[in-house]
Design a protein around this ligand. Structure first.
Ligand code: URA
Ligand code: SF4
Length: 252
Protein backbone atom coordinates (compact mmCIF):
# COMPACT_ATOMS: atom_id res chain seq x y z
CA UNK A 1 0.00 0.00 0.00
CA UNK A 2 1.56 3.24 -1.13
CA UNK A 3 1.52 6.26 1.05
CA UNK A 4 -0.19 9.44 0.02
CA UNK A 5 2.98 11.22 -1.05
CA UNK A 6 3.87 8.34 -3.39
CA UNK A 7 0.49 8.68 -5.11
CA UNK A 8 0.92 12.40 -5.41
CA UNK A 9 4.39 12.00 -6.92
CA UNK A 10 2.96 9.54 -9.44
CA UNK A 11 0.35 12.09 -10.44
CA UNK A 12 3.05 14.70 -10.84
CA UNK A 13 1.72 16.55 -7.81
CA UNK A 14 3.95 15.62 -4.92
CA UNK A 15 5.62 15.52 -2.59
CA UNK A 16 3.68 18.11 -0.70
CA UNK A 17 5.61 21.03 0.73
CA UNK A 18 5.72 21.13 4.47
CA UNK A 19 6.72 24.32 6.18
CA UNK A 20 8.01 23.06 9.48
CA UNK A 21 10.23 25.97 10.33
CA UNK A 22 8.99 29.43 9.61
CA UNK A 23 11.25 30.87 6.93
CA UNK A 24 12.67 34.30 7.61
CA UNK A 25 10.69 36.98 5.86
CA UNK A 26 12.78 39.33 3.82
CA UNK A 27 12.17 43.01 3.98
CA UNK A 28 10.66 43.31 0.50
CA UNK A 29 7.92 40.81 1.09
CA UNK A 30 5.27 43.43 1.32
CA UNK A 31 3.23 42.69 -1.74
CA UNK A 32 0.08 41.73 0.05
CA UNK A 33 0.58 42.64 3.64
CA UNK A 34 -2.42 44.81 3.49
CA UNK A 35 -5.63 43.79 1.93
CA UNK A 36 -8.21 46.34 1.11
CA UNK A 37 -11.50 44.57 0.99
CA UNK A 38 -12.60 46.83 -1.76
CA UNK A 39 -15.14 48.91 0.07
CA UNK A 40 -13.31 52.16 -0.20
CA UNK A 41 -11.33 52.17 3.02
CA UNK A 42 -7.59 52.72 2.73
CA UNK A 43 -5.42 49.65 3.02
CA UNK A 44 -3.47 49.36 6.21
CA UNK A 45 0.06 48.07 6.57
CA UNK A 46 0.12 45.65 9.48
CA UNK A 47 2.91 43.13 8.99
CA UNK A 48 0.76 40.22 10.05
CA UNK A 49 3.22 37.84 11.68
CA UNK A 50 2.08 34.24 11.64
CA UNK A 51 -0.48 33.05 14.12
CA UNK A 52 1.73 30.33 15.48
CA UNK A 53 -0.50 28.01 17.37
CA UNK A 54 1.05 26.97 20.61
CA UNK A 55 -0.46 23.50 20.38
CA UNK A 56 -2.50 24.36 23.41
CA UNK A 57 -5.35 22.30 24.67
CA UNK A 58 -8.10 24.24 26.34
CA UNK A 59 -11.77 23.68 27.05
CA UNK A 60 -12.57 26.23 24.32
CA UNK A 61 -10.48 24.47 21.68
CA UNK A 62 -11.78 21.13 22.76
CA UNK A 63 -15.39 22.31 22.53
CA UNK A 64 -14.91 23.89 19.09
CA UNK A 65 -13.23 20.74 17.81
CA UNK A 66 -16.44 18.80 18.55
CA UNK A 67 -18.97 21.25 17.10
CA UNK A 68 -21.30 20.51 14.21
CA UNK A 69 -22.28 23.22 11.70
CA UNK A 70 -25.21 24.71 13.64
CA UNK A 71 -23.13 24.77 16.83
CA UNK A 72 -20.27 26.46 15.00
CA UNK A 73 -22.60 29.10 13.64
CA UNK A 74 -23.96 29.90 17.09
CA UNK A 75 -20.55 29.83 18.71
CA UNK A 76 -19.04 32.21 16.15
CA UNK A 77 -22.05 34.53 16.41
CA UNK A 78 -21.57 34.78 20.17
CA UNK A 79 -17.76 34.59 20.23
CA UNK A 80 -15.83 37.14 22.27
CA UNK A 81 -12.42 35.49 22.08
CA UNK A 82 -10.73 38.51 20.50
CA UNK A 83 -11.27 42.25 20.32
CA UNK A 84 -12.81 42.11 16.85
CA UNK A 85 -16.06 41.18 18.58
CA UNK A 86 -16.27 44.73 19.92
CA UNK A 87 -16.62 46.38 16.54
CA UNK A 88 -18.30 43.73 14.38
CA UNK A 89 -21.95 43.96 13.41
CA UNK A 90 -22.06 40.21 12.99
CA UNK A 91 -19.63 37.37 12.69
CA UNK A 92 -19.37 35.75 9.25
CA UNK A 93 -18.75 32.01 9.44
CA UNK A 94 -18.64 31.12 5.76
CA UNK A 95 -20.84 30.19 2.86
CA UNK A 96 -21.29 27.33 0.48
CA UNK A 97 -21.61 23.65 -0.04
CA UNK A 98 -20.62 21.72 3.08
CA UNK A 99 -19.79 18.74 0.84
CA UNK A 100 -17.49 20.89 -1.29
CA UNK A 101 -14.20 19.64 -2.71
CA UNK A 102 -12.95 23.23 -2.93
CA UNK A 103 -12.31 25.48 0.05
CA UNK A 104 -11.30 29.09 -0.53
CA UNK A 105 -10.01 30.98 2.49
CA UNK A 106 -9.81 34.77 2.58
CA UNK A 107 -8.67 37.19 5.23
CA UNK A 108 -11.69 38.56 7.04
CA UNK A 109 -15.02 40.23 6.44
CA UNK A 110 -15.12 43.77 5.07
CA UNK A 111 -17.91 46.31 5.53
CA UNK A 112 -20.42 44.64 3.21
CA UNK A 113 -19.70 41.19 4.58
CA UNK A 114 -20.13 42.52 8.14
CA UNK A 115 -23.45 43.99 7.06
CA UNK A 116 -24.76 40.96 5.16
CA UNK A 117 -23.21 38.09 7.07
CA UNK A 118 -21.73 36.44 3.96
CA UNK A 119 -18.07 36.35 2.90
CA UNK A 120 -16.86 38.03 -0.27
CA UNK A 121 -19.96 39.94 -1.26
CA UNK A 122 -18.23 43.30 -1.90
CA UNK A 123 -15.94 44.30 -4.76
CA UNK A 124 -13.30 41.72 -3.91
CA UNK A 125 -16.12 39.17 -3.84
CA UNK A 126 -17.15 40.07 -7.38
CA UNK A 127 -13.61 39.39 -8.50
CA UNK A 128 -13.55 36.14 -6.54
CA UNK A 129 -16.78 35.08 -8.28
CA UNK A 130 -15.14 35.87 -11.62
CA UNK A 131 -12.06 33.89 -10.63
CA UNK A 132 -14.30 30.95 -9.72
CA UNK A 133 -16.17 31.24 -13.01
CA UNK A 134 -12.87 31.24 -14.89
CA UNK A 135 -12.29 27.69 -13.74
CA UNK A 136 -15.94 26.66 -14.09
CA UNK A 137 -16.75 26.99 -10.41
CA UNK A 138 -19.62 28.75 -8.76
CA UNK A 139 -20.17 29.99 -5.23
CA UNK A 140 -22.17 27.38 -3.39
CA UNK A 141 -21.61 24.54 -5.88
CA UNK A 142 -18.77 22.29 -4.79
CA UNK A 143 -17.20 25.42 -3.27
CA UNK A 144 -17.08 26.65 0.31
CA UNK A 145 -15.76 30.12 1.15
CA UNK A 146 -14.44 31.09 4.57
CA UNK A 147 -12.09 33.60 6.15
CA UNK A 148 -9.14 33.47 8.52
CA UNK A 149 -11.03 35.73 10.93
CA UNK A 150 -14.79 35.71 11.21
CA UNK A 151 -15.25 39.29 12.41
CA UNK A 152 -14.44 42.44 10.51
CA UNK A 153 -11.19 44.16 11.47
CA UNK A 154 -11.89 47.89 11.99
CA UNK A 155 -11.13 49.97 8.88
CA UNK A 156 -10.31 46.71 7.08
CA UNK A 157 -6.90 46.56 8.66
CA UNK A 158 -4.98 43.29 8.44
CA UNK A 159 -5.99 41.03 11.32
CA UNK A 160 -3.48 40.94 14.18
CA UNK A 161 -1.70 37.63 14.73
CA UNK A 162 -3.50 37.27 18.07
CA UNK A 163 -6.85 37.68 16.31
CA UNK A 164 -6.03 35.14 13.63
CA UNK A 165 -4.82 32.76 16.32
CA UNK A 166 -8.00 33.24 18.38
CA UNK A 167 -10.14 32.48 15.35
CA UNK A 168 -8.03 29.61 14.07
CA UNK A 169 -9.93 26.82 15.87
CA UNK A 170 -13.08 27.79 13.94
CA UNK A 171 -11.35 27.55 10.58
CA UNK A 172 -9.77 24.31 11.68
CA UNK A 173 -13.15 22.88 12.60
CA UNK A 174 -14.64 24.03 9.31
CA UNK A 175 -11.85 22.19 7.49
CA UNK A 176 -12.38 19.07 9.59
CA UNK A 177 -16.11 19.09 8.84
CA UNK A 178 -15.73 19.92 5.15
CA UNK A 179 -12.81 17.61 4.39
CA UNK A 180 -12.13 19.48 1.15
CA UNK A 181 -9.90 17.91 -1.49
CA UNK A 182 -8.04 21.19 -2.04
CA UNK A 183 -7.66 24.44 -0.12
CA UNK A 184 -6.91 27.74 -1.83
CA UNK A 185 -5.44 30.39 0.47
CA UNK A 186 -6.21 33.87 -0.82
CA UNK A 187 -3.49 36.23 0.34
CA UNK A 188 -0.95 36.26 3.09
CA UNK A 189 -3.02 36.15 6.29
CA UNK A 190 -4.98 33.15 5.02
CA UNK A 191 -1.81 31.39 3.88
CA UNK A 192 -0.04 32.06 7.15
CA UNK A 193 -2.99 30.89 9.16
CA UNK A 194 -3.26 27.65 7.19
CA UNK A 195 0.43 26.89 6.89
CA UNK A 196 1.32 28.30 10.29
CA UNK A 197 4.45 29.89 8.99
CA UNK A 198 5.64 33.16 7.52
CA UNK A 199 4.61 33.04 3.88
CA UNK A 200 5.48 35.27 0.97
CA UNK A 201 2.84 34.82 -1.73
CA UNK A 202 5.15 35.46 -4.67
CA UNK A 203 7.54 32.76 -3.41
CA UNK A 204 4.79 30.27 -2.52
CA UNK A 205 2.72 30.30 -5.68
CA UNK A 206 2.76 27.21 -7.86
CA UNK A 207 3.58 24.88 -4.98
CA UNK A 208 1.37 22.33 -3.38
CA UNK A 209 1.52 22.66 0.39
CA UNK A 210 0.30 20.23 2.97
CA UNK A 211 -2.30 21.29 5.46
CA UNK A 212 -2.64 18.30 7.75
CA UNK A 213 -2.89 15.94 4.81
CA UNK A 214 -4.97 18.24 2.59
CA UNK A 215 -3.23 19.82 -0.40
CA UNK A 216 -3.21 23.62 -0.26
CA UNK A 217 -2.35 26.24 -2.87
CA UNK A 218 -1.49 29.86 -2.19
CA UNK A 219 -2.42 32.76 -4.44
CA UNK A 220 -3.07 36.48 -4.33
CA UNK A 221 -6.08 37.94 -2.57
CA UNK A 222 -8.67 39.36 -4.99
CA UNK A 223 -8.59 42.75 -3.22
CA UNK A 224 -4.84 42.88 -3.84
CA UNK A 225 -5.46 42.02 -7.49
CA UNK A 226 -7.94 44.87 -7.78
CA UNK A 227 -5.10 47.22 -6.86
CA UNK A 228 -2.28 45.40 -8.65
CA UNK A 229 -3.51 44.58 -12.10
CA UNK A 230 -0.12 43.36 -13.29
CA UNK A 231 -0.39 40.33 -11.01
CA UNK A 232 -3.74 39.20 -12.42
CA UNK A 233 -1.99 37.02 -15.00
CA UNK A 234 -0.15 35.26 -12.19
CA UNK A 235 -3.41 34.66 -10.37
CA UNK A 236 -4.80 33.16 -13.57
CA UNK A 237 -1.82 30.79 -13.73
CA UNK A 238 -2.49 29.86 -10.11
CA UNK A 239 -6.12 29.10 -10.90
CA UNK A 240 -5.12 26.85 -13.78
CA UNK A 241 -2.66 25.10 -11.49
CA UNK A 242 -5.46 24.67 -8.96
CA UNK A 243 -7.86 23.30 -11.54
CA UNK A 244 -5.26 20.89 -12.86
CA UNK A 245 -4.41 19.79 -9.33
CA UNK A 246 -8.07 19.17 -8.53
CA UNK A 247 -8.48 17.15 -11.72
CA UNK A 248 -5.64 14.91 -10.67
CA UNK A 249 -6.88 14.64 -7.10
CA UNK A 250 -10.29 13.55 -8.39
CA UNK A 251 -8.73 10.90 -10.61
CA UNK A 252 -7.28 9.21 -7.56
N1 URA B 1 -12.03 39.97 1.77
C1 URA B 1 -11.85 38.86 2.50
O1 URA B 1 -10.74 38.44 2.75
N2 URA B 1 -12.92 38.22 2.93
C2 URA B 1 -14.15 38.62 2.68
O2 URA B 1 -15.07 37.97 3.13
C3 URA B 1 -14.33 39.79 1.92
C4 URA B 1 -13.25 40.43 1.47
FE1 SF4 C 1 -14.21 35.19 17.89
FE2 SF4 C 1 -13.01 34.98 15.54
FE3 SF4 C 1 -14.71 36.95 15.95
FE4 SF4 C 1 -12.36 36.98 17.21
S1 SF4 C 1 -12.71 37.11 14.99
S2 SF4 C 1 -14.35 37.41 18.13
S3 SF4 C 1 -12.04 34.80 17.56
S4 SF4 C 1 -15.20 34.77 15.91
Amino acid sequence: MKNRDAYLVEMGLGPLWKLRNPPVVDSDSVEDRSVNRGDGAAPTTGVGAPPFMPGEVSPRLDAIARMDWPELKTSVAECRACDLCKTRKQAVLGVGDVQADWLFVGEGPGAEEDERGEPFVGQAGKLLDAMLAAIDLKRGEDVYIANAVKCRPPNNRTPEPAETAACWPYLQRQIDLLKPKLIIALGRPAAQSLLQAEVKISASRGKLFDHRGIPAIVTYHPAYLLRTLQDKAKAWEDLLFARNTMRKLKEK
